[in-house]
Design a protein around this ligand. Structure first.
Ligand SMILES: *Cc1c(COP(=O)(O)O)cnc(C)c1O
Length: 390
């Protein structure tokens, strides 16, 4: 099929839910990929923060292929090895007590919401079930996680949404306290609002909110679907905000390109979910977990440090550009506020010149593979500098 044919077939038979860019990507290696026309792109997207080790990392491919030819799936009614190894590693490296594995960020957040509500039900009885989320947050596309998402544009068409979500202004303790009227069981937040435009929370607010939650036995749920797994230069972004949430959710970067979500809970919550209170047919899939185990193995202190350094390199390279108003984010999760033009125009101009970038609302968003080489990074930054200086 030619590119035009592929595009026509996609539009004819795949629900048109995505605003796709004009390229069909067929191969990738490291931070480079190629489309059907043989055009090469430097990748500053990692999917959307998914390919943490870049395209087709050798060790990841080996682990995934080996597992696929050993045991690709067995139901969760039996024990398997790769998910046990992954849970052990996650708990050892984060301090959480237990993990539940699902297949996506939204599913992880659904799991977190269920844990929070059940903990409150078991402890206080019915009626203390509301969850506070922040204005401009993004928590997923299921009916419940859309309701959790603190943006009105997501609250259309699909009525009725799941009840029990209230929204507080990010950064306002006053708003948070006003929302917590005794019927609230949890506060859910992203340390850096990703889809909302790479907007970091004020660390002082995070600490105060965490302390307030602790005093009132309101569970703190951190949605680290985008910020987790080294993206910000620490395994979890919570480390840099100096808090230990009761629940942390992960997804995007964890599998290195295969679908996985995880709900991690602290000791206090480790027995909230019992037999048959939750489940997922594909959750903890051996092939996916083998990939995730490779991601965590490679994501050692040296790599985390390099994420901080590369983040600094990006900031230094772009901060002087004519069209850059400000740069937000942490590590290799970067938002670029423009002085003029739209983020979509910048994305298109970059693509034309062989660089893939993302947008988040009015900002250009960069989520390069954590393993990107200095050379690939330089090459990509050269393109971005030309576009942002034009
Ligand atoms: C992407 C994202 C989600 C949704 O993840 P899916 O895997 O698409 O369901 C949830 N929360 C945050 C913070 C995200 O960035």
């Amino acid at each position: 099929m030619t590119f035009q044919e592929i595009k026509a077939h996609d539009q004819a038979h795949i629900m048109n839910t995505y605003g796709r860019s004009d390229a069909c990507i067929v191969t990738g290696k490291g931070a480079l990929c190629k489309d059907t026309e043989g055009k090469e792109y430097i990748d500053f997207t990692s999917g959307i923060g998914v390919n943490s080790l870049g395209f087709c990392d050798e060790d990841w491919v080996k682990a995934v292929s080996a597992q696929a030819s050993t045991l690709q799936h067995i139901s969760n009614l039996y024990y398997t090895l790769p998910d046990v190894e992954l849970a052990d590693t996650l708990c050892a490296r984060t301090g959480y007590a237990k993990v539940f594995f699902g297949n996506s960020g939204a599913e992880a957040n659904e799991g977190a919401i269920k844990v929070a509500r059940k903990y409150s039900f078991d402890t206080y009885g019915a009626g203390r079930d509301k969850i506070v989320t922040l204005v401009n947050s993004f928590h997923g596309r299921t009916v419940t996680t859309l309701a959790a998402t603190g943006q009105d544009v997501f609250h259309t068409f699909f009525f009725p949404f799941t009840e029990g979500f209230v929204y507080a202004k990010a950064g306002s303790m006053e708003d948070l306290k006003a929302a917590c009227d005794g019927s609230v069981c949890a506060l859910m937040l992203e340390f850096i609002q990703g889809e909302g435009g790479v907007v970091p929370l004020d660390p002082e607010y995070v600490k105060e909110a965490a302390a307030f939650c602790k005093e009132n036995d309101i569970l703190l749920i951190a949605d680290e679907v985008q910020t987790g797994i080294g993206r910000t230069g620490t395994l979890l972004a919570s480390e840099q905000f100096g808090v230990f949430p009761d629940i942390t959710t992960l997804a995007k970067g964890l599998g290195g390109g295969l679908p996985i979500g995880a709900v991690m809970v602290s000791e206090k919550l480790s027995n909230v979910m019992g037999a048959s209170s939750h489940g997922s047919t594909f959750g903890g899939n051996p092939v996916v977990c083998a990939g995730a185990n490779t991601v965590l193995k490679k994501l050692d202190d040296t790599m985390l440090k390099s994420v901080l350094e590369k983040g600094e390199t990006i900031r230094a390279a772009l901060s002087g550009c004519k069209n850059v108003a400000s740069i937000t984010g942490l590590g290799m999760m970067i938002g670029i506020e423009l002085k003029e033009g739209t983020s979509a125009e910048v994305r298109a101009a970059c693509m034309e010149k062989g660089l893939l970038v993302l947008t988040a609302k009015a900002k250009v968003r960069l989520l390069p593979p954590l393993t990107i080489s200095d050379e690939e990074l330089e090459k990509g930054l050269e393109i971005l500098k030309i576009v942002l200086d034009a």
